[in-house]
Design a protein around this ligand. Structure first.
Ligand code: FES
Length: 157
């Protein structure tokens, strides 16, 4: 049985901004990506991420579709404690992944074209499939199920 959680506390409160670590960064410099990561990491307390990632999968209402630009993506903190990266590689096509690099579990930093980038050693992953496209990545990102209903993105993670 899945438990549905509302994103109202995440998407419509000041905390939402703090949980969005990855922004549409087609033109964002590497230096700015690091600033975004540092701000997001501090806001969400990354020290406890590995423990929370092991929780059972639940379906969560994450955010309004309008919160993710076409060609972009954001990382969201779910009420379950899990974190997900949601991308919109094409209009109305949403994908969800684990936001951690498979090389050394670093939080991913940004999107460049059709790739999610890890700024630590340069690995990259396809924003549609999660497959590694470059760098020292050790495998694909974990893919989560997504659905859209009523203008909101739902993720089972
Ligand atoms: S931790 Fe991401 S490339 Fe090494």
């Amino acid at each position: 049985m899945s438990i549905e959680t509302s994103c109202e506390g995440l998407c419509d409160s000041p905390k939402r901004e703090a949980t969005q670590v990855v922004e549409t960064v087609a033109s964002m410099s590497r230096r700015n990506m690091f600033k975004a990561i540092a701000a997001g990491a501090a806001a969400v307390g990354l020290g406890g991420l590995s423990a929370t990632a092991a929780k059972a999968a639940t379906k969560s209402k994450v955010c309004a579709t309008s919160k993710i630009s076409v060609g972009g993506g954001n990382i969201f903190a779910l009420k379950s404690g899990a974190y997900v990266l949601i991308t919109q590689p094409k209009k109305n096509v949403f994908r969800a992944f684990s936001p951690y690099c498979t090389h050394q579990q670093t939080l991913l930093a940004g999107i460049n074209g059709s790739n999610v980038i890890c700024s630590r050693h340069g690995a990259s992953y396809n924003t549609t499939t999660g497959k590694a496209t470059g760098g020292p990545a050790r495998g694909p990102l974990t893919v989560y199920s997504t659905s859209v209903s009523g203008g909101y993105v739902y993720v089972t993670a």
